[in-house]
Design a protein around this ligand. Structure first.
Ligand SMILES: Cc1cc2nc3c(=O)[nH]c(=O)nc-3n(C[C@H](O)[C@H](O)[C@H](O)COP(=O)(O)OP(=O)(O)OC[C@H]3O[C@@H](n4cnc5c(N)ncnc54)[C@H](O)[C@@H]3O)c2cc1C
Length: 359
């Protein structure tokens, strides 16, 4: 009988793991707290426009994403960023930046050689990849959607994975891909997991605004603009010219903008979707010379969603893994192994290979 592996979380990491483990003939169960898969990747399509509520793309030099997309059958849908020209908002006006300057100003956790290359996505949005993985995995693995894992305990030669419903899954190995607080809670039986609590996380909020193109005075001839610290108000950090950045089919006379914010804890409790949209309109309209309200708008907030990879957290992950892996529990994905989609997939591929080798 093949080994039974429980994958906790069906974001891109969990889906990639399930795909590779199934490919190797292992018996896989994937447990996802929500009905929706994709985690921090969430694309919606409405009225002919693609709206990203989470991630908008992956670093252009990623080989792992190209290989995964091809293996899953969406390689032909990959699209490049049309322009890497970025502006900065200075004294109310936009100044064109040199390559890489934007990443440095925003303090992105991006290596120097990766700056200025832009990102890639898919024609129907970044969500096309997890959606296709979910479809491809509709057979050959066991799904538990809309159910959370509550605890993972050692059991003789294996593990007991306890669901919030009380059901217990017996497993030979488990992979945890959830945000760190959920991982710490479900791994309470393993003392070493508690040290993951040194991890700090950033929050994100964004609003996507769809306008009649002819109501915007600015030529939108770049990927967007960033807001250097000195000019920041209400945590406004950047605005992406989505409809210029990616060449997707659009209804006539359409421009799509996405404003990004770094919310405070108070913002996260006090602001609803309408309030983020109103703030985004207030922030971008004077800069781009916009006349009138957006014709469609969406907003999403992600409280404490993005881990900060400092030395303390990296050390805690390594120490926790040293105790967990011998017991058959693996950590994977961007909550443990590096910021962003490329890091998430690289981690999933590495952990899948290690599990396959061991079982
Ligand atoms: C607003 C935003 C914009 C971003 N933009 C970019 C970008 O442009 N480029 C880039 O590279 N990266 C970006 N990122 C980061 C990127 O989206 C993530 O690094 C990546 O998608 C994480 O994938 P993951 O599968 O590792 O984790 P997640 O996507 O967080 O998946 C974890 C899954 O675990 C589930 N879960 C949680 N608890 C339980 C439980 N107890 N039981 C079962 N399931 C559980 C969750 O519901 C979730 O589906 C962005 C993130 C956000 C929030």
């Amino acid at each position: 009988m093949s080994a039974h592996v429980v994958v906790v979380g069906a974001g891109l990491t969990g889906l990639t793991l399930a795909f590779r483990l199934r490919e190797a003939g292992l018996d896989v169960t994937i447990v996802e707290r929500l009905e929706r898969t994709g985690g921090q990747i969430h694309s919606v399509r409405d009225g002919g426009v693609v709206v990203e509520l989470g991630a908008e793309g992956f670093v252009a030099r990623s080989e792992a994403l190209v290989k995964l997309s091809e293996d899953v059958g969406v390689g032909g849908a990959l699209i490049d960023q049309e322009t890497t020209l970025t502006y900065a908002l200075e004294d109310g006006a936009l100044r064109a930046l040199a390559d890489g300057e934007a990443a440095r100003i925003l303090g992105f956790q991006v290596k120097k050689e990766q700056r200025g290359q832009g990102i890639r996505s898919l024609t129907s949005g970044m969500g096309q990849l997890p959606e296709k993985l979910t479809e491809v995995l509709s057979e050959g693995i066991t799904w538990r959607r809309g159910e959370a894992v509550e605890a993972i305990h050692p059991r003789n030669a294996g593990l007991n994975v306890t669901m919030a419903s009380g059901d217990v899954l017996e497993a030979d190995a488990a992979v945890v891909t959830t945000p760190t607080p959920a991982a710490i809670a479900m791994l309470g039986a393993f003392e070493a997991a508690a040290q993951l609590s040194v991890g700090r996380r950033l929050s994100n909020a964004s609003a996507t605004l769809v306008y009649d193109r002819d109501r915007i005075a600015h030529p939108l001839d770049g990927s967007g603009f960033i807001v250097p610290a000195a000019a920041k108000g209400h945590g406004f950090r950047a605005c992406s010219f989505v409809s210029t950045k990616f060449a997707r089919d659009l209804p006539p006379n359409t421009a799509i903008l996405r404003a990004f914010f770094r919310p405070t804890d108070e913002d996260l409790t006090s602001r609803d979707e309408a309030s983020w949209i109103a703030l985004a309109v207030e922030c971008v309209s004077p800069v781009l010379g916009i006349d009138g309200p957006p014709r469609q708008a969406w907003a999403s907030a992600w409280p404490r969603a993005l881990p900060i990879y400092d030395d303390a957290y990296r050390g805690a992950v390594a120490a926790a893994e040293a105790a967990l892996i011998p017991a058959g529990v693996w950590l994977a994905g961007s909550h443990f192994h590096g910021a962003g989609i490329d890091a998430a997939v690289l981690s999933a591929e590495r952990v899948a290979a290690a599990i396959i080798e061991r079982t």
